[in-house]
Structure formats: structure tokens, C-alpha cells
Design a protein around this ligand. Sequence first.
Ligand SMILES: Cc1cc2nc3c(=O)[nH]c(=O)nc-3n(C[C@H](O)[C@H](O)[C@H](O)COP(=O)(O)OP(=O)(O)OC[C@H]3O[C@@H](n4cnc5c(N)ncnc54)[C@H](O)[C@@H]3O)c2cc1C
Length: 417
Amino acid sequence: MKPRRAEFLVMGGGIGGLAAALALAREGLRVLVLERAAEFGEVGAGLQVGPNASRMLDRLGVLPAVTRDAFFPRRLLLRDAVTGAPITALETADAFRERFGYRYLVTHRADLHRAVVEACRDTGLVELLPAKRVLEVEPRAGGALVRCADGTRYDTDALVAADGVHSLARGLLVADGPPVDSGYVAYRGTVGVAELVARGGLPEPDGMVIWVGAGRHLVQYPVRRGELCNQVATFDTRAFPTASGENSGKSGTSHTSDIDAQLDRAFQGTCAEVTRGVEMVDRSRRWAMVDRLPAAGWSQGHLTLLGDAAHPMLQYLAQGACQAIEDAVVLADSVSAHPGDVEAAFKTYEAIRFPRTARVQTTARTWGEILHVGGIGATERAALLGQRAADDFEPVDWLYGDPLCPNPAGDIREDVR
Ligand SMILES: Cc1cc2nc3c(=O)[nH]c(=O)nc-3n(C[C@H](O)[C@H](O)[C@H](O)COP(=O)(O)OP(=O)(O)OC[C@H]3O[C@@H](n4cnc5c(N)ncnc54)[C@H](O)[C@@H]3O)c2cc1C
């Protein structure tokens, strides 16, 4: 059978791939999205969305749908996981919105994903094909040939691989081996806020809390208009190994008592709120925290990478999906600036995105070290961070107010409070 033609083909229907499809469709292009999962969807956990990404979602016309079920925390609090003492705070309400044009928002991943899927469908230009696992990508002059596990083939003029941190397509473009395993794992999921509060958890229903300790931290924030609380418990499997050492730092759904006990051991000795929270963390699955050092060359010929496939990062700045959304807009802008020249468009896209995503990748690593420091380092962290005012936004200006991503509306959105 002859392969099916596709002008633009996006491989991977995660937040990055879908945002790219939507952004390209907003430029009037037809896009085919191939997703390996049986359905388009996201894991049952929360997502922080900084104003840099809200700006892009606004530009894509999907922000009102995203904010419908979102939660707008009034501040981000850093607290000591053992003593419970506040370390520092970042105001994320009015002064923050004045500075960056948008409030900080937190949402359920499935809500954001659904909003983008619906927006893609509404364009009439995006075709979403689930159950299409890409097995092979063959770059060709003027395009690429893609083969799926079900035997179908697609011949495209432009391939955007948004196939995540373990990207198949990346191997064709950047020869930097497997992602770097940080040794940390994370458990994540949502629980009812009422249930958590009843059990002595979540003292900050109005904000986001990061409880930090040596080699471990717990993040908590409300999602779904404040009805659910997202929790992410992260720890260093090298500092807190399993009793047997088996499977200590891997992703998976394995439930041996050895592995379950590892999570509890990692948070032993923390304050009551953290202990309660960790007791209620979703244990059905855990993720190994991997990233890469920045490596250029993700755009070659008619192939490019986007999101985690291009610049996987540790989650400590809560920016992986935000950066993928920024990628999507810059990609579509570059395509529209180079009509009929996919190669130039993809090169321009990478040239714009590389410095910024590289900075976010490396800063996320550093921020991880700051979060997880113990001993005298933790005392110094508390002393240093304790001096800053909650509305001192200068340290995050580069991230939330990057000049490469100006507020397209040029003003403050009144409906995003
Ligand atoms: C614990 C944790 C917390 C995080 N918190 C935040 C946060 O608060 N804010 C934030 O911005 N980011 C956060 N991130 C990062 C964020 O989740 C990722 O950066 C983001 O999901 C990347 O999106 P993506 O579309 O590039 O990749 P993915 O979400 O990985 O999507 C890739 C898609 O491609 C599909 N796929 C893969 N291979 C193939 C194939 N061969 N054929 C077809 N389809 C394929 C997959 O099924 C998937 O749907 C967090 C990450 C972790 C681990």
C-alpha cells in the first residue's frame, strides 16, 4: 500500500505535540497527529502553568478553556519538611499578575490536555489518530517516511517529533545516548482536598507548598477549582535505597512491599503534615526523574524535535510542559515566517528556542540541588532565601517574562484572576 501523505505530521499527542498541532493549524496548516496510546489523554496528576505558558495558551486561543477548571494559588511557599518552618514565599496573585500579565495557575493535566484536544478538533485542520505507535522514522529528501506498529505508513513534508523524554526520533538527530538518570523518583497523583484536610494535611489551601528536606521533597497544590489536591513526593533512591536494593531507582508500577517501604522510609522523621500527605500519595506508579544536558541539532532537514524530546528537564522548575507550549508557538511562527521552506523554518525555530530551553534545563538541575540540600547547606539556604521579599520577582523575571515570549495581548487579562 502507498503511504498516506501528510503535509505536517506530529509524532506524539502529549501536551507538546498537541500544542504544536494547534499552533500550526492556527497558521492554516493541516496537521496529522500520531499517538501510540489507545486514547488521547494525560496522567491523573496536576500541572503548574507559569505565566510564560499562559501567554502562549492565550495566543493559541485556548486559555479561557484551560482556566475554566484551574486553580489560582495566591502564593508559593517553601517550607522545611522536618520542622514545618516557612523558608520563603513567592507571591503569585495580584503583584505577580501585574508583573507578568497572568496569574500563576495550577490545573489537572487531563483538563489542560482536553482543552487543547478540543481546540485542535475545532480548527477542522487537525486529525488525531490514536493507537499509532511509530516504530521507524526514515528521513528523506524533502520530508520523512514514518512506519507504525500496525503497518500503516505516512509520507510527510515536515515531521515534528514530540514523542517525549525517551524519543525515538531524537536518536536520528542528536547522538547523545539515553537520558541521564538523576537517581530520584517521584510519586504523583491527586486526592480529595477535604479528605486530606480531615487527616491533617494541606495547611495552605490557598497556595502551593513545597516541603523540602535532604534528598526529598513533597509538593502540594489544589487543582479542579480547589476540589482536589495534587501531590508529588520525590526522593533520592541512592540516599533512601530499598532494603534489598532491588529496582530502587526505576520507573514502574511494581508494588513489592520493599518498594512501598522505600517511599515511607524516605519521608520518615518529617513533620505531621508531610507524613499525612505522603501516606495519601498515589502509589500505583512511580517515575524515574531523568533529563539531559542541552544538546543542539534537533532540527535537521525536514525533521525537528519538540518538548521533552528536544530538551528533557527535571521537574523542579515546573517548566517541562510550559517550555513545550512555548516551543509550539515559536515553531508555528517560524513556519509562517518561511513559507514553503520547512528546513529554514525548523532551523529558525531551534535557533530561537535552544538558548532559552538550555537555560531552563540547567537551572532546573541547580534548583533541584537547592531543594534537596541538607545539613549546613539547608541552614544557609534558609538564611539566604529568608531575606527575600515575597514580591521580589527579579529572580524569576527571565523565566516568566522572557522577551522572546512577549505578552501577545500586551495587557493584563481580566478573566484570568
Ligand atoms: C513529577 C513531574 C512533575 C512535573 N510537573 C510539571 C509542571 O508542574 N509544569 C510543567 O510545565 N511541567 C511539568 N513536568 C514536565 C512535563 O510533564 C513534561 O515536560 C511534559 O509532559 C512534556 O510534554 P511532551 O508532549 O513533550 O512529552 P510527553 O508528555 O511525554 O508526551 C509524549 C507523547 O508521545 C507519545 N509517544 C511516545 N513515543 C511514541 C511513538 N513511538 N509513537 C507515537 N507516539 C509516541 C506518548 O504516548 C505521549 O503521549 C513534570 C514532570 C514530572 C515527571
